[in-house]
Design a protein around this ligand. Sequence first.
Ligand SMILES: C[S@@+](CC[C@H](N)C(=O)[O-])C[C@H]1O[C@@H](n2cnc3c(N)ncnc32)[C@H](O)[C@@H]1O
Length: 274
Amino acid sequence: MAGGDHMVMDSGGEPPSFDTSVAHVARVYNYWLGGKDNFAADRAAGEQAIKAFPEIPLSARSNRAFLARTVRFLAGEADVRQFLDIGTGIPSANNTHEVAQLVAPASRVVYVDNDPIVLTHARALLASDPAGATDYIDADLRDPQQILVQAERLLDFSRPVALMLMAVLQHLDDEDSPYQVVQTLVDALPAGSYLAMSHPAKDINAEAMAKMAASLNRMMAEKVTFRDRSAVARFLDGLDLVEPGLVQASKWRPANESESASPAALWAGVARKP
Ligand SMILES: C[S@@+](CC[C@H](N)C(=O)[O-])C[C@H]1O[C@@H](n2cnc3c(N)ncnc32)[C@H](O)[C@@H]1O
């Protein structure tokens, strides 16, 4: 798709289901990660953001690496077999079900995103190991009840679930009641469940991040609200943070020196519901 803008048809030949003339975060993020599922408007917004904060592509990669380490921890050490991954993004390397099912093939993963371009990639997300299962829900994080009702198609909410909110809560501004949204989701999970999250930081590379936020908010359909460490920590209130706590994404159990040294303007953590 990177060759230029054109009408986008879904696999059934239906009319275009999304607008390529305005930048959308799933596609801008795909651009930063070096993917091909983006259009001129997305690349322009992505480039403007790079001007403001040149390390954003590396930061996006650090976030993906954090996601993979987290899922390995959840499926391995934490022995969780159910995942609810909200704000999935366009499939990339190390999608949640791939990482989880390498550790535990019976893992069940429900993906949720509100961007129709992610929906068009649902088939890749639904290619589950036969021992496990995956599902895709086209829904908005601002309507957590709707997500919970549909997630019950695949997940058993009487057993631990790992709720994953990776680089998505910045798209809920304070008027969207983000803390209440997260609380509603966490309330639906039994004890022994986990919340794994990353959130772009207002207080890491503060000046560049502020410039980048302003640029994205001019050019992108989904607005961003970056938050500082204490505002991000509030999402985890009442939960028990696992080691090393809420840290810069690259510092959460890095696999090697290069992961640890990678720039990452995100706060990240994993916490267990007592
Ligand atoms: C920056 S990407 C992160 C993708 C992936 N979670 C990761 O960390 O690599 C944010 C994703 O959240 C989705 N998103 C943004 N606002 C959302 C909302 N209100 N409800 C559901 N998904 C949303 C976007 O469409 C996009 O795919």
